[in-house]
Ligand binder design. Structure first.
Ligand code: SF4
Length: 449
């Protein structure tokens, strides 16, 4: 019943964490979940004690021999590194006391599946040098919340082959490095086994997945699969859980995913950062897919999958943005009728090429443009939400309290989109799917009364 493995994967940059996983497949799934979230938050996983800022030991308390092995592993980690967090089956009751008695220097002890606690302690003892930046990082600015255990982020690649002028990701994280599809699918399967009901596929450029690998064939469950987005989406759809795609660009090959969404295999949701609607600004930004006919493509997608939700982000006040270009952006927004939209006022990021562009837009004009943009988009988003009143939606329950529950429809990504309020509904558990008729909507959220 012992299965010792020391994690060996790593990404470029970020503080380093060592990880020792002991025990049964269930404990291994917990380890995968913690490792996944550490990677998502930008931590690097190292197999060397000397490199690690902290070492996590996921313990096994199944039989006495396993406990002894866990205690020895903790002792070795303390000797070799000194900064050790303990989690897993031995992290409760008498076993936890035994750990404290033998290894008083451990920095923290938590029980099995205590993801949030482990991540919280790692953030404390090994803080990031930088705060998450919504323009740079793949995670919400407040970090990843693990309290709802029924959704998880699945990172499929690191880095980016594009060179958008306002972005410093390629200089920090390098060119695109995709994970082989077998490794991504093993992780996804492990997360589904651990009770995850929704996977949020993230990367800097999800549509480019596998380009660097030349779409090489890899294996999952003995089956050959090409490392490309279509194969990945197809394989993920077999897991029987919600699959949500983030950071997809409107390239022609993305068209092939839409029938999968229409057939209910993937969530009918695309998070597509467009950044602007004026071709001249997109060219100055050096955006990928700038020349694609985005409005036509969106119209075709909606023909194939009318329930498709499109989320996007935009930048106003990019250097040189003229009044006519801003008007073109508003026209684009009006025509595209996107469901969920975020908007940032352009601000210089240290090291970005765009900093040296001429004709910076004055702050007041940026702020005015942002107000105009948001007023227009708020009306569009609110009208789209009103159209849901009277429809029956599948809702994934996120939280339940004495007052009621909140959840999300397929159109709502966690932490960035709206929620569904179900006042007085207390009989469900987080992670359950329910069907209910939407009875009201405001600018952001839906209600079931
Ligand atoms: S696509 Fe552009 S904005 Fe996105 S990570 Fe790559 S260079 Fe940065």
């Amino acid at each position: 019943m012992t299965n010792q493995e020391t994690a060996t994967s790593g990404n470029s940059g970020g503080e380093k964490v060592g990880f020792i996983s002991l025990g049964c497949p269930k404990a291994l799934v917990d380890s995968e979940r913690i490792l996944t979230q550490l990677r998502i938050e930008g931590y690097q996983i190292t197999p060397h004690y000397e490199d690690a800022g902290v070492v996590i030991v996921n313990t096994c308390g199944f039989i006495d021999a396993a406990k002894e092995e866990s205690l020895e592993a903790i002792g070795e980690a303390i000797r070799e590194n000194g900064r050790v967090l303990v989690t897993g089956c031995m992290g409760r009751g008498e076993d936890a006391e035994a750990i404290r008695a033998r290894h008083p220097k451990v920095l923290g002890i938590s029980g099995p599946a205590a993801y949030e606690e482990v991540l919280g302690t790692v953030r404390e003892v090994l803080p990031h040098r930088h705060q998450p930046d919504p323009l740079v990082d793949l995670i919400p600015a407040q970090g990843v919340k693990l309290t709802p255990r029924h959704y998880a982020y699945l990172k499929i690649s690191e880095g980016c082959n594009h060179r958008c002028r306002f972005c410093i990701i390629p200089s920090i994280r390098g060119d695109l490095v995709s994970r082989p599809i077998g490794s991504v699918m093993d992780e996804a399967e492990g997360l589904a086994r651990a009770g995850v009901r929704e996977l949020l596929v993230v990367s800097q450029d999800t549509s480019a997945y596998g380009v660097d690998l030349k779409y090489q064939t890899d294996f999952w469950q003995g089956r050959p699969l090409k490392s490309n987005l279509y194969s990945l989406a197809s394989a993920l759809s077999e897991l029987g859980i919600w699959i949500r795609l983030h950071y997809v660009y409107p390239y022609p090959h993305v068209d092939a995913l839409i029938p999968m969404m229409a057939a209910g295999k993937l969530l009918p949701y695309i998070d597509m950062p467009l950044q602007h609607g004026a071709p001249s600004v997109l060219q100055r930004m050096k955006r990928p897919a700038a020349a694609e006919k985005t409005l036509d493509r969106i119209a075709q997608w909606r023909d194939l999958c009318p329930e498709l939700t499109i989320r996007s982000t935009f930048i106003v006040g990019y250097p040189g943005e003229t009044e006519a270009e801003f008007e073109a952006l508003l026209e684009f927004i009006e025509a595209a009728q996107l469901d969920r939209v975020g908007c940032f006022q352009y601000s210089a990021v240290k090291g970005a090429e765009a900093n040296s562009l001429p004709d910076p837009v004055p702050e007041q004009i940026k702020a005015d443009r942002w107000q105009q943009f948001m007023a227009l988009q708020q009306g569009i988003s609110a009208r789209k939400l009103q159209q849901k009143v009277g429809t029956v939606q599948t809702i994934l329950i996120d939280n339940v309290s004495d007052e009621g529950a909140t959840g999300r429809t397929p159109a709502d990504a966690p932490e960035i989109d709206g929620v569904v309020h179900l006042p007085g509904v207390t009989e469900f558990q987080p992670g359950e799917w329910v069907e209910a008729e939407i009875t009201a909507a405001d600018d952001y959220d839906l209600w079931v009364s």
